[in-house]
Design a protein around this ligand. Structure first.
Ligand code: BGC
Length: 737
């Protein structure tokens, strides 16, 4: 470190170019960075951050919306391995992904780059992916830390959010990935969080990320996120990307003593650690196996939402199948913006179907992927439909309808596609709809009379084949919804406050995001979180809950494939904490397991519950709290399809919070020292008061004890302060008993 001049140090905390870091001598070579989350978008040193320019060909895996629907961490680890292989082959040291922000609103323009509305699902999948990437000596960079849940005004919006919502919803996936997978890098977000830019947020970067969670990697900014480079360095940001050329300001601040040199040294130390960790990226498998992994991921992402029995298609030689929709020929397999990969090839569903089916398959594009209706195309499709035995309609959101950089304003499919679908249905021929979309679309308004609905999300370059295999029954669908599909946009809990205005957004929905709202309010949804059909059926039985430690339980259940086809199911474990002091969601996903079963096969599944799974964030004490009492354990196939129920009793965490000047009588009652004092005081009160005026007692219990000093009860400020001091001293010495 001594060898570096201050100027060199000031340069090292920003990049050298769009994708490279500055070299700092022999033990600190320059590093090559590249997007992205579902495929390597490497442009060499120069290039752009929005996916306009060319990049080297790389395998395009399903974006996070697809990966999230697989609910399969083992698969995500393989995707991570394959991404690491690709990065290593292209000489990339640091891969900018996965993205794991929570889908707060179904309108989020970047929802396709994120896994879920649920932090446990997001965190589990992201951790697996990070492990997979880093096993190849390539750094993963979970992003965007934190509360980056919309595209509107993303570079300056100030997110006003309670600490409880941050701790329970927006931070836990990051916490899980940090604690369980130890990412070597992390990317801070563009937006402000409670008034402070995420890239300049000491609380987020130092107190939470490093001190609490033990993160030992490097924090880089999102591209262009740094507003004030000096504030960023001081807050714990290690690397500004790309360089803004303001290193002289950092140098000045250093010379003038506004920034401690030790802070810069720590940042450079972390850069050095990143270089050491990524010094030898090694590809283990070849590109062909990366493609095979991309295909497996696409297969497991496909989510069957409706099926009147038409699927899997029984195709005879004479079956007249009509495929309608440009997406069948020109698949939309990834989203727009910085994550856009130059794929090594693209398989489309039309070709894949034709390869597999002996008879002829007619095709009509029906519409174009540009805005506006083309009635000739629609007319031709409807004409062809009249003598088809089955119509497969490939509908979805074209590129112009959703992308990084903007949010949608409604959930509707393009109007020309909806009109076409209506006309196809009117022919009376059975219609199967296959959807391609990166974020939730309205389905409820057109699903009546449709024979089957296959939600194909965005499936990556191999997706066309996966769709064909599912339609024809070579693969039984096993995707499950990682986000609820509401009946109406207005039902979404963020509706009244998304996306805010004038650079302000208030997360008024607080902890009630997605199913946490729907299931608590009993709001009907079109498709519930965790839902997905299969070609076979599963039975859950023999729920056993075994205590394995203090506030720890093993939850065991057996699952049986009761149908006649092989298939995979996702067993979901929800915990419901009701009856406590604070309002909690109806239930929360705490664990899940994807299980593959042959027909008739049965397997045991074991999931674990620990203290954090029972806890809520106590905003006043600023800590996790486990209340003593009963918790319900639910095992099901979706948040609305609970098959088995049990319960546990927790002793609580036994933590006593210190008394404060404004602690209420009720809080005094819970503290052993002050409770004793209260008992003595009560002895001096007129007998029978509690029975005579219970409402008075209730009122008094919620009053800060200090306020009671003016009520003429003989209680003085000195007495109150004395009790508080004694109670807190006893807490500190551990002598409360
Ligand atoms: C995106 C990041 C991306 C970066 C580099 C930004 O606009 O928000 O996710 O990694 O560009 O392309």
């Amino acid at each position: 470190m001594e060898e570096l001049t201050r100027e060199h140090k000031a340069r090292l905390v920003a990049g050298a170019s769009t994708w490279k870091t500055v070299s700092g001598g022999r033990d600190l070579p320059e590093l090559l960075l590249a997007d992205g989350p579902h495929g390597v978008r490497s442009q060499g040193a120069q290039g752009d951050s929005v996916g306009i320019g060319d990049s080297l060909p790389a395998v395009c895996f399903p974006p996070a919306v697809g990966l999230g629907s697989t609910w399969n961490p083992a698969l995500l680890e393989r995707v991570g391995n394959a991404l690491g292989d690709e990065a290593a082959r292209l000489g990339v040291n640091v891969l900018l992904g996965p993205g794991l922000n929570i889908k707060r609103s179904p309108l989020g323009g970047r929802n396709f780059e994120y896994f879920s509305e649920d932090p446990r699902l997001s965190g589990t999948l992201a951790a697996a992916m990070v492990r997979g990437i880093q096993a190849r000596g390539v750094a993963a960079t979970p992003k965007h830390f934190a509360a980056n849940n919309q595209e509107t005004d993303r570079m300056r919006v100030d997110v006003t959010v309670s600490e409880r919502a941050l701790r329970e919803i927006y931070l836990p996936a990051f916490e899980q990935v940090v604690r369980d997978a130890g990412p070597w890098a992390l990317m801070s977000a563009y937006n402000r969080v409670n008034g402070v830019f995420a890239s300049e947020n000491h609380w987020l970067l130092e107190e939470v990320l490093r001190d609490e969670w033990g993160f030992d990697g490097l924090v880089m900014s999102d591209w262009g996120a740094v507003d004030d480079p000096v504030a960023a360095v001081a807050a714990g940001l290690d690397l500004e990307m790309p360089p803004s050329g303001r290193h002289t300001r950092v140098l000045e601040a250093l010379e003038e003593g506004h920034v401690d040199e030790a802070v810069l040294d720590s940042a450079i130390e972390r850069l050095r650690r990143l270089a050491a960790r990524t010094a030898r990226p090694t590809a283990v498998d070849d590109r062909a196996s990366a493609q095979a992994v991309a295909l497996d991921a696409a297969r497991e992402a496909v989510t069957l939402l409706e099926n009147d029995g038409i699927l899997p298609l029984a195709v005879e030689d004479h079956t007249r199948m009509l495929v309608v929709g440009e997406f069948a020929r020109t698949p939309r397999f990834q989203g727009g913006g910085s994550s856009r990969v130059q794929p090594t090839r693209v398989l489309n569903a039309l070709d894949a179907l034709r390869e597999r089916v002996a008879g002829t398959i007619a095709f009509e594009p029906g519409f174009t992927l540009s805005p506006g209706a083309d009635t000739d195309l629609a007319d031709a499709a409807v004409a062809a439909a009249s003598d088809a035995d089955v119509i497969i309609a490939f509908l979805g959101l074209p590129d112009h309808a959703e992308s990084e950089g903007f949010d949608r304003t409604d959930l509707l499919l393009p109007a020309d596609q909806l009109t076409l679908l209506e006309r196809l249905r009117a022919t009376g021929r059975p219609v199967v709809v296959v959807l391609s979309n990166g974020s939730v679309v309205d389905i409820a308004s057109w699903r009546d009379g449709i024979a089957a609905i296959v939600e194909g999300w965005l499936l990556g370059q191999e997706g066309g084949r996966a769709i064909a295999e599912v339609l024809l029954g070579e693969v039984s669908p096993s995707g499950r919804l990682a986000e609820s599909i509401p009946l109406r946009l207005e039902d979404n809990p963020s509706h009244l406050t998304f996306p805010g205005r004038d650079s302000q957004v208030v997360y008024g929905d607080d902890i009630f995001v997605g199913y946490r709202s729907y299931d608590t309010l009993g709001t009907q949804v079109a498709y519930a979180f965790g839902f997905g059909l299969s070609y076979t059926s599963f039975r859950y039985h023999d729920l056993q809950i075994v205590e394995i430690g203090r506030n720890r339980w093993a939850v065991r259940v057996r699952i049986r494939n009761t149908g006649s086809r092989a298939g995979s199911d996702v067993v979901q474990l929800y915990v419901a904490a009701d009856g406590g002091e604070v309002r909690r969601p109806a239930h929360e996903l705490r664990a899940f397991a994807k299980v593959k079963l042959a027909p008739g096969e049965e397997k045991p599944v074991e999931m674990e519950i620990g203290p954090r799974d029972l806890a809520f964030w106590n905003a006043q004490a600023r800590r996790w709290q486990v209340e003593p009492g009963r918790y319900r354990i639910e095992v099901g196939a979706s948040s609305r399809d609970i098959r088995l129920r049990g319960e546990i009793h927790s002793p609580g965490d036994g933590i006593i919070d210190p008394l404060r000047a404004d602690s209420t009588l009720a809080e005094w009652e819970r503290n052993p020292v002050s409770a004793k004092v209260l008992e003595q005081m009560r002895a001096g009160m007129p007998a029978g008061m509690a029975e005579k005026a219970p409402e008075l007692l209730a009122m008094v219990r919620s009053t800060p004890v200090m306020k009671l000093t003016t009520w003429g009860l003989g209680l003085t400020e000195e007495i109150v302060q004395d009790v508080i001091r004694k109670a807190n001293d006893a807490l500190a010495d551990g002598t409360t008993e």
